[in-house]
Design a binder for this molecule. Structure first.
Ligand SMILES: Nc1ncnc2c1ncn2[C@@H]1O[C@H](COP(=O)(O)OP(=O)(O)OP(=O)(O)O)[C@@H](O)[C@H]1O
Length: 607
């Protein structure tokens, strides 16, 4: 495992980026760096041509023209040779620049795609506990924004950096060739420019960190508002929510503006220093030209090169800030990618053979992370194949928690959940989940066709199998009445489907999955009486032959259960059939009386 990403030193960070994202694309990367290097060197070469151009074209004379210190031409060919040389260098430079752009764009965007896919993979495989503790806005802003910052840093950043750094080096070398003493004067100005830019660079980085955090807050606020839109409307809180979002936008803006200003001010400030250097060079060069130690062409080329040096230095420092933004984003991304799920498959996990399954909780205790008191305390229960077992009891007692332990959404803290006697931590996770169908109070439908929603757990199912499942779930008739039947998109229809219809689609999904264990989490409690009757009948067909564990608040739905466990404050306080528990006169009998199931009139409803 790599070291924790947020504190990862730069070298380790670069090594990891190289290993995971760049090494497999070595070819493209090297080619783009070569193109960048060519562009950089030829930019300097174009400026260097100013020297023979001015000397050969304007000052004339019989001196032969020397290009790049080695190609000699007679003086009378100057009018042809110099433009031809400029054109040749310019064309090659343009081709290299185009190649660089195309390669960098492709490389960069493939890397972004890679990061986004990995982030999504990490998110969807993360423990439920972690997903619950973090708002989805954070994941969204990582996937959409942070990944792009990394792209900027490691493609355009690295490649443009190389280009400008090489231009800078080549320009300084050419300057040195023209006049080394003058070049020394220039070099005195470099640390000054670097100092100015560093100062602004630090401000940019700080702003980037702040902006990233606020981008996360903004996506969280947006998603929260969309999720809670009904509540917002019913409470007339639109304006208040807009103000809340405006605050986040303003906070983010402050960071973004600070960063943009730091970046924008860095240029002109370093330009000022550069012009001070140019002024000094002018004075010194003029003095040297007067004493005949420098040609006019040399002087012109020198000034051209000097301006180019300033430009490249500015770019290099600008890119340094882009890269540091990228590093910050990469550290955040790696930190997110590095969190290992705690629910892991044992190395020697075994397959779970298909067929009927007996479920048993054996002295199970459980505490949610970060809570002191255990949520479940030594709970034991069992469900044989074909049996229906109900969990009832006061709100917050731990019934839903028991259901979450079966598919290993959470792992027990003590005791064991067993299937046919096998501890579920010794079973392959995919096998375990293949054996369980879950129907909840508010079934989730994807924005896909009704058919695809039913077949979600069995992607290879045929249309006939899907329709069979829908018939068993009493859903076929209403589905065929939809505009496009089974091909109707649930996203569009989702809003039109009633709670009972959505529930029956979920039941059809469970029929098709045909798992031996069925978990029902208040599957009928959100329905009206008529829908409830339809759904209840479908559920009863679904329960046949399976080990069913159901939670119900309305005791009318559990009176036919083979066994009822009454859960209070994380413990099983009573166990038995409806009649036996009513006769016992304990908590269940009290709940039954409140719901007038024992023949006496209702006193109060149970929450
Ligand atoms: N993700 C979680 N993190 C921390 N505590 C939790 C979490 N989920 C539930 N709890 C706590 O665990 C206890 C049991 O909750 P659980 O949802 O299992 O009860 P329940 O019997 O199903 O309640 P209800 O009938 O109201 O659905 C409650 O005190 C609840 O606050």
């Amino acid at each position: 495992m790599s070291e924790p990403a947020p504190s990862m030193p730069l070298r380790a960070l670069l090594a990891r980026i190289w290993r995971e994202y760049l090494s497999s694309r070595k070819g493209s990367l090297i080619l783009s760096i070569l193109c960048a290097a060519t562009t950089g060197l030829l930019t300097a070469a174009l400026l260097k041509l100013l020297e023979p151009a001015v000397n050969g074209l304007f000052l004339g004379g019989d001196q032969p023209i020397v290009l790049f210190g080695r190609f000699r031409f007679p003086a009378d060919e100057a009018l042809i040779v110099i433009p031809a040389a400029i054109l040749t260098v310019a064309v090659v430079r343009t081709l290299a620049a185009l190649g660089q752009a195309a390669l960098v764009n492709r490389l960069g965007h493939t890397i972004v795609g890679d990061i986004q896919i990995r982030l999504f993979g990490a998110m969807i495989r993360a423990d439920l506990a972690r997903l619950r503790s973090q708002h989805s806005g954070g994941f969204v802003s990582s996937v959409l924004f942070d990944a792009n910052l990394v792209r900027e840093a490691f493609t355009s950043g690295v490649v443009n950096y190389t280009q400008n750094l090489l231009t800078l080096i080549a320009v300084l070398i050419y300057m040195g060739i023209i006049d080394w003493q003058l070049t020394m004067v220039v070099l005195l100005g470099v640390p000054l420019v670097a100092l100015v830019l560093r100062r602004f660079g630090r401000r940019t980085r700080k702003a980037a960190v702040g902006a990233m955090a606020e981008t996360e807050n903004l996506s969280t606020a947006l998603m929260e508002n969309l999720d809670g839109v009904r509540l917002i409307k019913i409470e007339n809180r639109e304006a208040a929510e807009q103000d809340r979002v405006a605050e986040v936008v303003a906070r983010r803006q402050r960071h973004v503006i600070k960063g943009a200003n730091a970046r924008a001010f860095a240029g002109p400030s370093s330009d000022l220093v550069a012009y001070v250097v140019v002024a000094a060079v002018m004075a010194y060069a003029g003095w040297r030209a007067q004493s005949g130690e420098m040609t006019v062409g040399g002087f012109a080329a020198f000034i051209g090169l000097l301006l180019a040096a300033g430009q490249s230095l500015r770019q290099v420092t600008n890119l340094a800030t882009v890269m540091s933004e990228g590093f910050t984003a990469a550290r955040r991304l790696f930190a997110a990618l590095d969190i290992e799920p705690e629910i892991r498959e044992a190395a020697d996990a075994e397959a779970l053979p298909s067929g009927p399954v007996e479920v048993a909780l054996d002295q199970v205790s459980f505490a949610y992370a970060g809570t002191d008191a255990p949520t479940l305390d030594a709970v034991s229960l069992r469900v044989a194949p074909g049996e229906t077992v109900a969990l009832v009891g006061p709100s917050g007692g731990g019934k839903s928690t028991i259901l979450s332990l079966l598919p290993r959404f959470y792992d027990v803290t003590a005791g064991a959940v067993r299937l046919n006697g096998m501890d579920i931590r010794q079973v392959r996770i995919s096998d375990l989940r293949d054996h369980i169908a879950l129907v909840t109070q508010e079934p989730f439908l994807f924005d896909d066709t009704i058919a695809a929603n039913i077949a979600y757990g069995r992607p290879g199912a045929t249309q006939a199998q899907i329709e069979d499942a829908a018939r068993s779930a009493a859903a076929h008739d209403f589905i065929t009445g939809l505009p496009d039947g089974y091909a109707t998109r649930a996203g569009e229809a989702g809003l039109r489907l009633s709670g009972g219809q959505r529930q029956r689609i979920a039941i059809a999904r469970a029929f098709l999955k045909d798992a031996p264990i069925l978990l029902l989490d208040e599957a009928t409690s959100a329905l009206d009486t008529e829908s409830e009757a339809l759904v209840q009948a479908a559920l009863e067909r679904l329960m046949e032959g399976r080990a069913t564990l159901m939670i119900a608040h309305r005791l009318s739905t559990v009176r036919n259960a083979d066994r009822i466990y009454v859960i209070e404050a994380g413990r099983v306080v009573e166990e038995g059939t409806h009649d036996a528990l009513v006769a016992r006169g304990g908590l269940y009998a009290r709940l039954a009386r409140q719901q007038s199931l024992d023949g006496t009139p209702a006193v109060e409803a149970v929450a």
